[in-house]
Design a protein around this ligand. Structure first.
Ligand code: NAD
Ligand code: UD1
Length: 338
């Protein structure tokens, strides 16, 4: 199947392109490279030994996107393109709403015109806000607590409204937990701009000597060791989840917009992740426990039963694999893609 992949040069998008190619699909990438580099796609070609179309375009460019649909005739879309940094979204909410909402509005409009009505959307566990209880089931209350999270929740709502009005649309709203790790080749991985906000890229950069020490945000949570617990998910498992979601949409006999958690269902603390990374890299990760980060929950992990039931998908890789692959990528590419 020809699959339009917006944001296909990014961290999750590049890994998904590899799995799509492996499964016999043709990814058609649309990316404006605002948070990624063409080098990532060059390496996807190198790893897969296959070529595929790439369009340097902002998804909000309606005319440009129309032309791509006419030329490429995709049958389905995976919509990764979006801005994703929580702190930046608080400082620049309009930029986040403009990029994330308008890109989705334009994309859906152009898909509708082209008669392409299968969409996989990158949502996030962030739509749950502070969980009342874990594991988080898809039916848990939705209450995003920052502009990034609200942009994801608004898009979910928009897509649910679309399906109400146009029941032939088939949409998977994939709520990712914490994607980490890298392709096992060490050739593609996460390459954040500036100092990373997220735990795993931060640990990796400490291990490789780019950053001096890790700050652990809070040691007094109500968790087994006092540090925050999250559901870390290997990015290759996540990529495979997208391929399964496409298969599921293609076989669906009726339309709908279905939210599905993608996580492992296992929670791991910050200290556990530090220990796993130290073991994988054979490097010490110097760290200090500092006050909690505002907006952080104590514990957040997924109920994964729906993904298993609907998609037949279950994460296969554990935290040792995640740390090993993150370290391979980081140690072989200490400055990322440059
Ligand atoms: P990323 O920044 O690496 O990839 C996003 C890609 O989209 C980048 O290549 C960027 O250049 C592109 N892009 C952004 N706006 C665009 C636009 N208007 N037009 C064209 N291209 C545009 O991020 P990622 O980690 O790969 O995340 C992919 C998606 O998954 C995002 O929507 C993100 O919000 C969501 N998500 C990510 C995580 C995570 O922890 N990485 C967790 C939950 C959800
Ligand atoms: C964060 C975002 C979330 C987003 C997700 C993926 C917040 C409040 N949440 O989730 O919206 O979907 O990233 O992009 O920003 N930690 C440290 N030191 C660090 C970094 C993190 O101790 O330098 C801790 C955090 O307190 C947390 C855990 O590590 O307990 C994971 O943090 P992170 O990787 O930022 O992910 P989330 O907070 O789950």
């Amino acid at each position: 199947m020809r699959v339009l992949v917006t944001g296909g040069a990014g961290y999750i998008g590049s890994h998904t392109c590899i799995e799509l190619l492996k499964d016999g699909h043709v990814p058609v990438v649309v990316d404006n490279f605002c948070n990624s580099k063409p080098e990532a796609l060059r390496r996807v070609r190198e790893l897969s030994g296959q070529d595929f179309p790439v369009h340097d375009l902002d998804v909000r460019d309606r005319e440009g996107l129309r032309k791509i649909f006419l030329q490429e005739k995709p049958e389905a879309v995976i919509h990764f393109a979006g801005l994703k940094a929580v702190g930046e979204s608080v400082a620049q909410p309009w930029r986040y709403y403009d990029n994330n909402l308008v890109s989705t509005l334009v994309l859906v409009e152009v898909m509708q015109e082209a008669g392409c009505r299968q969409l996989v959307f990158s949502s996030s566990a962030t739509v749950y806000g502070m969980p009342d209880q874990v594991p988080l089931h898809e039916s848990a209350p939705l209450r995003a607590i920052n502009p990034y999270g609200r942009s994801k929740l608004m898009i979910e709502d928009m897509l649910r409204d679309l399906v109400q009005a146009e029941p032939s649309w088939r949409i998977a709203l994939l709520r990712y937990f914490n994607p980490v790790g890298a392709h096992e080749s060490g050739r593609i991985g996460e390459d954040p701009n500036g100092i990373p906000n997220n735990l795993m890229p931060f640990i990796s950069q400490v291990a490789v000597g780019r950053l001096p020490r890790l700050r652990i945000f809070g040691g007094d949570y109500d968790t087994p060791d006092g540090t925050g617990v999250r559901d870390y998910l290997h990015v290759v498992d996540l990529a495979l989840g997208h391929v399964r979601a496409l298969d599921w949409l293609a076989q669906a006999t009726q339309g709908g917009a279905t939210a599905i958690n993608l996580g492992t269902g296992q929670g791991h603390s910050v200290l556990e992740m530090v220990a796993a990374f130290e073991a994988a890299s054979a490097r010490a990760i110097p760290c200090d426990i500092v006050p909690r980060r505002p907006g952080d929950a104590a514990s957040c992990y997924a109920d994964t039963a729906l993904a298993e039931k609907l998609l037949g998908w279950k994460a296969q890789r554990g935290i040792a694999d995640m740390c090993r692959d993150a370290w391979r990528w980081q140690s072989q590419n200490p400055q990322g893609y440059v």
